[in-house]
Design a protein around this ligand. Sequence first.
Ligand code: HEM
Length: 173
Amino acid sequence: MSAIPRERRSAWSLAILLGVVVTVTLQIFSGIAMGLGWMSLLAFHIEDGMAAALFILLEWLWLTGTRPGRRALGHLFPTVGQRWRAAGRQCRDIFLNRPTPALNTIVEGAFLLIATLAVLLGLLLAFTALPARFPLLLAGHRALAGLLALLWIIHLLLALHAALGRRAAARRC
Ligand code: HEM
């Protein structure tokens, strides 16, 4: 989520962002491991999930409750037209092997939104009696986790592409 200009984020808001990234990444990996049968990770998954829920709540409070946060919100959730134009530009630059923005804000906004939904479903799964009545809750939680893992990989590839582009440009100078 670092396409938000660094100078606009204070140290504490960067710490919140780091908390979101670390705890959600651990949730993705522990969720996948549970899916592969390592159910002994469930206690860790729930504890780290509660930490992820706290960091995500703080991130939303920063995004909606501070002036730099509201500016960042506009970058994370642009209008649909802006979103498609930016995605088109990014794809074109990747295919033409031109440098692209460090990290794609569209992916970052989607990541935050889907992580929020996955965490909300996770809390319902862990702390309410709803899963017994709505078995689709776990299926929804798993589907959101799959999307999140995909966005995580796209995010990583875009970051690598941007870093390699910057290195090649620095060598040419
Ligand atoms: C972004 C955050 C999250 C991701 C990516 C994630 C991922 C997953 C995945 C992939 C599974 C399925 C594992 C399986 O197939 O058995 C799962 C299950 C589960 N998750 Fe999460 N999760 C997240 C957040 C949370 C939170 C916040 C909680 C609660 C505090 C939570 C509680 C649970 C529970 C109770 C299960 C059910 C385990 C079972 O009965 O099979 N998750 N999660």
